[in-house]
Design a protein around this ligand. Sequence first.
Ligand code: 0X9
Ligand code: ZN
Length: 311
Amino acid sequence: DIYMYEYHTYSEIQQLLNSIETTYPLLCKTMVIGKSFEKRDLRLMKISTGKGLNGTAKPSVWIDGGIHAREWIAPATAINIIHLLIRGYVTNDTVVLKMLNDFDWYILPISNPDGYVYTWTTDRMWRKTRSINGIYSCRGVDGNRNFDFHWRETGTSYNTCAGTYGGPEAFSEPETRAIADFVLKNNKSIKLFLQLHSYGQYWLTPWGYTAWTVPRDHADLLYLARLGRNTIRSKYTSHYLVGTAARMLYPASGGTDDWVYSVAGIKYAYTIELRDIGRYKFALPADYIQPTSEEIFEGIKTVTKHLKIEL
Ligand code: 0X9
Ligand code: ZN
């Protein structure tokens, strides 16, 4: 499994998703939910053991990574979550079988393929998409400032050269549009939405756009996040801080989490900032991939177990 504990290029990850689908055709299905600005596939892995008992679709979990290109640990962790779900299924792990029995899983390891490729070829610290903003302007939009909820109000820039440029309009990017369309199409079934970022070790809740108010489900959102965080802390001694994104970090609007919570109506919408807490920052060495993935997977186990009780 050494392959799982290295960083991989965009095309290696696409090949990996395809070969997983070929190896486990009854369990895994890849779906292209859209194309990037430079026409790369947004390839999502659906993991499902089939319909629920009464023949209806199961509740589902969404996980995505890499909306910020340089945060390499996010796609790596997303791929490992796929890997750990499949390994648990193959080895008949009771807890994983229950996770698969209770939920369908939609995992999009790379939400910003153009940016990801650019971090491999040209600029390791690139954050945004690679869309063209005009001949005299800098390229790219911050995908996590491009969602249509309090768009371009706080913690975002009007300057195309800024890392937090919100775009010419909400959903100007094909990548954010594709995610939003898929989520809206499936918002009845998606019960948990996790977006992976780095770094800092936070399990963040809405709101991101303001620190002045909290959403209606604030207490429930904190409760479930703390359960996940406590599991991580007890098994791995890594500390993740729980709180609203605006209060723990800074107010920033147009984020995926706020839109998913308020517009798509998915109650449990979280942003997880993975390791580390500032030693290596975005350039986290590959030996951290395994522990980071495993601790997040343990957190997800706890969260889905409790979510199931609530449903
Ligand atoms: O600023 C961001 O987009 C995220 N932090 S990062 O360092 N990975 O860029 C935090 C986003 C939290 N959610 C919202 N502000 N809505
Ligand atoms: Zn990020």
